[in-house]
Design a protein around this ligand. Structure first.
Ligand SMILES: [Zn+2]
Length: 72
């Protein structure tokens, strides 16, 4: 039961920025499902805004983990 790959832009794989942000924040808690990870990767490849957001999420996630571990 595998869907055929569709070209970006027809709405099948390309997700909305808001959806990408949700996936980014999820990813800080737990690894994403393969399909979600792929969609996010594709979106980040095409969307500069979300690439910047991803960097910030990564920095925030790191800071949060340090804070949670009581390491400053
Ligand atoms: Zn985006």
């Amino acid at each position: 039961m595998s869907e055929p790959m569709k070209a970006p832009g027809d709405g099948a794989l390309m997700i909305h920025c808001r959806h990408a942000a949700v996936l980014l924040s999820k990813r800080e808690d737990a690894p994403l499902a393969r399909a979600d990870a792929l969609k996010l990767k594709l979106h980040l490849a095409l969307c500069r805004h979300c690439r910047n957001a991803a960097r910030q999420f990564a920095a925030i996630g790191l800071a949060l983990r340090r804070w949670r571990d009581g390491d400053g």
